[in-house]
Each structure stands twice: as structure tokens, then as C-alpha cells.
Design a protein around this ligand. Structure first.
Ligand code: 4NP
Length: 167
């Protein structure tokens, strides 16, 4: 039985494709690729069918992750049943997911940094403007935001892998 993980943001072109790409690479590096089904989706259909934002692709590539094969899709009610873990990037995503998937699957829902960032407190960068529990939306900002997103996601991915693999 595979463990299935769905990363969710608003557009599925910046944060959740980055999370999918980073998490998949780390899982494959550990030789655990066959044990996981990894996907991502957006709470909106704004960018359905599109490749990840070029700025996300470029920054991910610079840090060693290839997002180019991914295409945006909207979160479906059926994802609630399909996936074991549904991981939101921010609290707006978290509440939007609850309105799309049935109540009976809300226990599968996590907030990525809040639930998986190190338990001894999150160290923000000096220019950090977001709540420590959220991966900030980089879409309307500069390139620094995209780099920060990759770093936040890398850290939380290590913690998620520990949670899933260390019994
Ligand atoms: P994402 O970023 O949720 O990380 O994919 C966004 C992408 C597009 C929009 C907002 C956020 N948009 O409003 O089109």
C-alpha cells in the first residue's frame, strides 16, 4: 500500500508544485519512491492546465528541483477520499480545502509549516513578513519570495519525511 500525499495551494503554480517537486526528490533520494504517491492541486482553477510559474521553476531549478513536467489542476471533492494526507500551504488554503472535501476527511488535512516545521520554533529570515505557520504566497512579490518558499518547503519536507518514515 502506497502512502499518498497531496500538497495544496491557491493556484497550483507556485507553492504546491514546489512542495511536490522538493518532497518527491527527497523521497527518491532515500530510495522510497515506490512507497509514495505524490501530487499537488490548487483550491482555484485560475491556472488549470498550466505549467508552474516560470519564477518558481527557475528558483526550484537553481536549488536542484525540476518542476517542468507538472501541470496545474483544481482540487476535487474526490481527493478527500483518494489521499492519505492533504497538506495546505497557508490557512486560507486550509479553510478552502474544508469547503471542497467532505467533513469525514478533514482529519487528513495538515498545515505544512505549523504541523511539520521544527517543534522548537520557526526561525524567520530578517525580512520575513508572514506568520511562521504559513508558506507565504510569492505570486505578487519579487524573486526573494520564491527562494524563501523553496527554503521553507525543504525544511518542512524533512520533518514530513521523518513523520512518515520514523516509527
Ligand atoms: P500559488 O500562488 O497559490 O502558490 O500557486 C498563486 C498563483 C496564482 C495566483 C495566486 C497565488 N493568482 O491569483 O492567480
Amino acid at each position: 500500500m502506497k502512502t499518498s500525499i497531496l500538497f495544496v495551494c491557491l493556484g497550483n503554480i507556485c507553492r504546491s508544485p514546489t512542495a511536490e517537486g522538493v518532497f518527491r526528490k527527497k523521497i527518491e533520494q532515500l530510495g522510497l519512491g515506490k512507497q509514495f504517491n505524490i501530487d499537488s492541486a490548487g483550491t482555484s482553477a485560475y491556472h488549470a492546465g498550466e505549467a508552474p510559474d516560470p519564477r518558481s521553476q527557475q528558483e526550484a531549478k537553481r536549488q536542484g528541483y525540476d518542476l517542468s513536467a507538472q501541470r496545474s489542476r483544481q482540487l476535487q471533492a474526490s481527493d478527500g477520499e483518494q489521499f492519505d494526507y492533504i497538506i495546505a500551504m497557508d490557512s486560507a488554503n486550509h479553510s478552502d480545502i474544508k469547503s471542497i472535501i467532505s467533513n469525514k476527511y478533514h482529519g487528513k488535512l495538515k498545515l505544512f509549516l505549523k504541523d511539520f516545521a521544527p517543534s522548537n520554533g520557526w526561525e524567520c529570515q530578517p525580512d520575513c513578513y508572514h506568520k511562521a505557520s504559513e508558506v507565504p504566497d510569492p505570486y505578487y512579490g519579487g524573486t526573494d519570495g520564491f527562494s524563501h518558499v523553496v527554503q521553507l518547503i525543504e525544511t518542512a519536507s524533512y520533518e514530513l519525511i521523518k513523520f512518515l518514515t520514523v516509527k
